[in-house]
Design a binder for this molecule. Sequence first.
Ligand code: CU
Length: 214
Amino acid sequence: MKSRSIQAGLALTVALAGASAASELAISAKGPKGEPVADAVVSLIPLDGAVPPATGATASIGQQNQEFSAYVTVVQAGARVLFPNTDTVQHHVYSLSKAKKFELPLYNPGQNESFVFDVPGLVTLGCNIHDWMLAYIVVVPTPWFAKTDAAGLATLAAPAGRYRLELWHPRLAALVTQEITLGAAEAATRDFTLTLKADKRIRRGGATKTGGYR
Ligand SMILES: [Cu+2]
């Protein structure tokens, strides 16, 4: 984690030294007791400037050990998402979400289908065979986004300007939004204390590993 943020810092320094004025935003997400909140998605939607189109980036949500990995994925609208089944069993991956309805029935080990997610919104993934399998794709209308890590931290670099900051988490009752202005010179920080609902993930049946939510 640490080396990654140092790398991000170096990349930012290089960007700042270059022609384009990028600005850093450091996010911290905590729960009511000050505990770090992972998997919070933060995106910056420009209020003035244009949004660069998706660059053909891809993301991947695997099925392994009868779980999705990762639990939360964020992509810019227009991105392609791969669904590699690296398990030894079949899955039946599906979404009933408005932003993208699809299903992969009789989905065999080794298959790797993909879809383009071009409508911003929340896509909830499930598996018709394994009830406990649950994951989210947050499709955002911007290339400037990040997801908090296990320490509840995330860093974004975006051009200076005015943005609507949106923060989403699976256990939030509603999207958190605020307006933010990023300056060309100084880095910005935003600390969020989130009111979280109970974790709705169902307990995995027949798990071989010790307890908890699997
Ligand atoms: Cu499954």
